[in-house]
Design a protein. Sequence first.
Length: 353
Amino acid sequence: MSDENNLAISVQGGLGIISLDRTTHLNALSISMIQGIQAQLEHWRHDPNVQAILINSNSPKAFCAGGDIRYLYDSYKAGNTGHHDYFAAEYVMLNTLRKFAKPVLVFLDGYVLGGGFGLAQACHIKVTSEKSRFAMPETAIGFFPDVGATHFLSRLDEIGVYLALTGEQISSSDALYLDLVDYHIPSDKFAELQAALIAESALNNPKIRKMISDFITDPAESELQKRAEHIDKHFAYQKLEDIEYSLAHETNSKDQTWADKTLAILQQRPLLAKQTSLKLQQVGQNLSLEKCMQLERDIQDIWLEQGDFIEGVRALIIDKDKSPQWQTENSQFEKTLEKLWPVWNKQHIENIY
């Protein structure tokens, strides 16, 4: 059945199915969808008829294109607490998913971006198709990779820094190479796998994984893996200016085009978002998942006031002039950094920028 939360909910066999059903928005997560997922998980928590959970999408193009950034913008502009409530509800839902006692599968077929990426990472068994494209593109709108990316990207070392700063999309082959997903099956086999899961009388983690293994295929070669050494070379630096300097002074002719393109992308991103994203990736390596999530939440609660998110959404989504006026290194920028310092200090993180 479908409800007002843009979720299609059903129980088939022992499988509780939550299908994201906001297809006109590529399943961008509204607050009602977030609350609906949370409520459904609570409802199924002690239901003996539901042995496992499947989260998938009714969109042919996307699993989930991210958070509802228009809602966050409108809430902030209206002066209400909706944006704070949104982040709080999202993180409760992600924590519930991670800790859920029953197996939670996710089928990824199409775009897996931002909040959708975080939702996928919170699931226990991640299945992707050749159609999937993954990214944490937040810096493009003056934000920073959140929803746990401080933890799951920072475990990828220099490649995590590259993905966090540029927001570049990667393929399902790349995601497999990075262990961001567990299994690759053809897109046209998802329905058959789902039917097999529904028909199974005992759905537990080992059984589910065994069933999925009957459908897996070898994906295309990872292009990111071919580029890994080059990414490591440029993104190992601790300071943003050194990363950009390194890209600007690439001497290998065969890598020059990629370096120039990557530098051009970075130069379009706002300084504060880049600095914060870089710092989160660096400190995240030494923090637990729980502390990473708390750090993100603390920054979220002041970012719409202090960061460039509102200007980014205005320029790219509202007015569509594509000419954001980002904060630059001036007295106002320094004041913004001062507002952020207590957040970092709360986690005993020094040398913020």
